[in-house]
Design a protein around this ligand. Structure first.
Ligand SMILES: NC(=O)c1ccc[n+]([C@@H]2O[C@H](COP(=O)([O-])OP(=O)(O)OC[C@H]3O[C@@H](n4cnc5c(N)ncnc54)[C@H](OP(=O)(O)O)[C@@H]3O)[C@@H](O)[C@H]2O)c1
Length: 251
């Protein structure tokens, strides 16, 4: 028996980094995986790769920050599979345009809020009625250690990720009656292409490496944490934060 056998899982931001690795892992664990992001070329290539490996996957072009796009994506999922069991709200990420709030551009604040926080809120809003009809489900959100500790030059991103942690708790209480669990992964630095680029451009970020007791995480480390929270193995866990932080939050 695989850990996600028979489940339908939507993973947002699955055309690169943590999302793409999670899509492959969930498919290997028996899920029917819907990948949702903006880049059709990369999305379809990944779905094709999963299918070629014997899994089931489809790409649905989605902008998680646009209500009409999100509604259309979840309608497509329900038409195709008639159910929804798992949502991994993974789309997001900080950028080098962020900074102290006294100098960061206003647009960067709204970019972070719109992509990370509003995107999570919108996708959950579209997913929950489908999970209610399916008899329950698991939502896994994606925060960051910035929601738990102060890190320079990321004030806008911190506001968005802190909101996601609070929203996770609130949704968990709101929807427990429907057997919908809501948890959040809290990654420290993860070696994705985007983040390796930051270390080149912002050497002060690299200085934090020493505080990572177990070294910088790989995307698969976060994917495995998301898998646990998505699967029935965590059936009595809701409203919780699961750090994948190599010990930086305690060091
Ligand atoms: N990597 C880290 O060190 C780290 C640390 C803490 C938290 N996290 C969190 O983990 C998540 C994934 O990070 P990552 O490093 O794997 O990022 P990544 O490699 O940059 O991937 C981001 C994904 O989000 C998608 N995306 C961006 N804007 C979107 C939109 N408007 N609608 C739909 N999809 C969109 C991108 O695809 P398209 O461009 O095709 O849309 C891409 O698939 C993020 O929420 C990030 O905040 C990462």
């Amino acid at each position: 028996m695989k850990r996600l056998d028979g489940k339908v899982a939507v993973i947002t931001g699955a055309t690169s980094g943590i999302g793409a690795v999670t899509a492959r892992l969930f498919a290997r664990e028996g899920a029917r995986v819907v990948t949702a992001a903006r880049s059709t070329g990369r999305g379809e290539a990944l779905a094709g790769e999963i299918v070629a490996d014997g899994g089931e996957s489809v790409f649905v072009q989605t902008d998680v920050s646009e209500p009409e796009s999100v509604d259309a994506a979840f309608e497509t999922v329900f038409k195709r599979y008639g159910r929804l069991d798992v949502l991994f709200n993974n789309a997001g990420g900080s950028s080098s345009a962020d900074g102290p709030l006294t100098s960061a551009p206003l647009e960067e604040f709204w970019r972070c809020l719109k992509l990370d926080l509003f995107g999570t809120w919108l996708c959950s809003r579209a997913a929950i009625p489908l999970m209610q009809q399916s008899g329950g489900g698991s939502i896994v959100n994606s925060a960051s250690i910035v929601a738990e500790m102060g890190i320079p030059n990321r004030d806008a991103y911190t506001a968005a990720k802190g909101g996601i942690v609070a929203l996770t708790r609130s949704m968990a209480v709101e929807f427990a009656k429907d057997r919908i669990r809501v948890n959040v992964v809290v990654p420290g630095a993860v070696a994705t292409e985007r983040v390796l680029g930051f270390f080149e451009r912002e050497p002060h970020l690299k200085k934090q490496w020493d505080a990572y007791l177990l070294g910088i995480a790989e995307p698969i480390d976060v994917a495995r944490a998301a898998l646990f929270l998505a699967s029935d193995e965590s059936c009595r866990t809701t409203g919780q934060k699961l750090p994948v932080d190599s010990g930086i939050l305690i060091s």
